[in-house]
Design a protein around this ligand. Sequence first.
Ligand code: SF4
Length: 239
Amino acid sequence: MASAPLLEVFCSVQGEGPFLGVRQVFLRFAGCNLACDYCDTAVKPEPHCRVERIPGSGEEELLKNPLGVELLEGLVESYGRVHSVALTGGEPLLHADFIRALRLKAPLYLESNMTLPEEAAKLRRRLSFVAGDFKVREVLHGSRRSYEEVREATIASFRALRSTRRRYTFCKVILPKRFSAGEVLANVEAVAGYINMAVLQPVWQRPPPKQELLALQAELLDVVETRIIPQTHKVLAMR
Ligand code: SF4
């Protein structure tokens, strides 16, 4: 029986990107293969997974890790009607075999750092939505992998999970205060054929200057539909 370590299970609304506000069940998987400068998520596996059964109540139950497929399927169904099930982390692709074993009524929405192309390919037939990062060089200082390695893996992952008639794939570029516009442009161009949209998401605490953001959007619009969409969970004090 497949099992995986999760950090949290809860129901809330999507706070980023073009699907802002849709109701989702969130499965937050433990572990990540990167170490981004701005990461605000505790990703290490814990002995228990925190489950909020009543959305927004703040009351949590602890379930022993790792969680089995059937247990998780029952939990997800208990939340009722949702737009989709967000697979988040950490890095959910570290658990691709487990995710492939899940049988859920709601469509799957992957939030990924897009650096594990072989694992991404395993979920090609299972995902309806892909919110994939394209990391800029400045945020990867703490990671063990080189920027060039991450870039190649990201392009390969978008190729594996490209947009189709059945799948909506978008590329999210999280922008710190300083970044290279030329680098972002080259990166988005490299995946433009695989995505429906690019989203520029300023880092919450240290956003880039407005003028630079708008100039970058203007350049990217010649390549692919591009929107500037900030994180909204912090505004709503929701997770
Ligand atoms: S990929 Fe996401 S979870 Fe992993 S270190 Fe970066 S921000 Fe944190």
